[in-house]
Design a protein around this ligand. Structure first.
Ligand SMILES: [Zn+2]
Length: 310
């Protein structure tokens, strides 16, 4: 074979990717399942394309990136968490970056946050891998450092694989603030809200499941839609504070993973629940919502919290 032979055929043997048509079909499937593939879905893809899981996982990253909403950067990032639920069943949780037009850049949701949030809200208990379409920024490395499995999970980039300690040496984490718990390994919940009002029990339970070791503002958001049910978001704090994920951004990310938009034709109502005396989410929520003209007014509720009766 001549040394001038094009190397394209070699590259295509080494790197598997879905065609645009296949990507679109898979995008519709993932959208229908609100950003999650299960083990059977993945096994079927591996069998159909005769590729191992990690190859299919990386090939799915452009599909995850299709969920990105990026009016500022136009830079689409996809991430997929491989996680296990309480029954030990494996799921693939998609995520993508979300930006808010004409608002502070610090409000954006990064793809890694989106995928981790998706896994967390949907019952993942252990994270084994996080695949990302681009190298994680410093903000995301810090966000991932709050996870219970921070020392063990693999970070898969398109061509490389790392442990978080490789990318974030000499890190600052929950233990440095005297917090022995972590995201996905929270302190046992021993509180309940004091309320006589007929509030959505699911919203209350999401708020109590918030990971808020630093502010203690148990907080959640519910976005109700006209035709596609409710989307919930939970507050997830970080020891460095600034990569914390606010409950509204958490809920908006989930809504986008169902392929929906934050428009007045989709969104019927938005509720923010916070802990009385600890509130810190109203102004940031209003800032994010200012990106979307014509939405219903945010309903803000604060409730007292008390120790659960034994
Ligand atoms: Zn990032």
């Amino acid at each position: 074979m001549s040394s001038l032979t094009p190397t394209v055929s070699t590259q295509t043997r080494c790197v598997f990717s879905f065609s645009e048509k296949q990507q679109q079909q898979l995008y519709l499937h993932v959208k229908q399942h609100k950003g999650i593939l299960n083990t059977a879905d993945m096994a079927a893809l591996c069998a159909q394309y005769k590729q191992p899981v990690e190859v299919i996982l990386r090939a799915c990253l452009p599909i995850a990136a299709k969920f990105a909403v990026v009016p500022i950067s136009h830079f689409f990032v996809g991430a997929i968490v491989v996680g296990y639920d309480k029954h030990g069943e494996q799921h693939f949780y998609f995520g993508a970056n979300v930006e808010f037009a004409q608002q502070a850049l610090s409000l954006v949701v990064h793809a890694e946050q989106s995928a981790i949030n998706n896994a967390w809200l949907n019952g993942a208990k252990k994270i084994a891998k996080i695949a990302i379409s681009d190298a994680p920024c410093g903000y995301c490395r810090q966000f991932m450092n709050e996870l219970a499995d921070a020392q063990s999970f693999d970070i898969l980039l398109p061509q490389q694989q790392f442990k978080l300690a490789d990318l974030l040496p000499h890190s600052f984490g929950p233990q440095d603030l005297g917090n022995s718990y972590s995201l996905f390994n929270p302190a046992p919940q021993q509180h309940e809200f004091v309320t006589a009002a007929k509030l959505d029990k699911t919203l209350l339970s999401y708020a109590l499941a918030a990971y808020v070791p630093y502010s203690e503002n148990y907080s959640a958001v519910k976005i109700s839609t006209f035709e596609n049910g409710n989307f919930y978001g939970c507050y997830a704090e970080n020891a460095a504070y600034s990569p914390s994920l606010s409950p509204l951004q958490s809920a908006v990310s989930q809504l986008h993973l169902a392929g929906l938009a934050m428009t007045k034709n989709v969104v019927k109502g938005i509720e923010l629940l916070q802990t009385q005396g600890k509130e810190n989410q109203l102004s940031v929520s209003q800032a994010v919502l200012a990106s979307y003209p014509g939405l219903p007014v945010l309903q803000s509720i604060s409730l007292n919290i008390k120790p659960t009766a034994v």
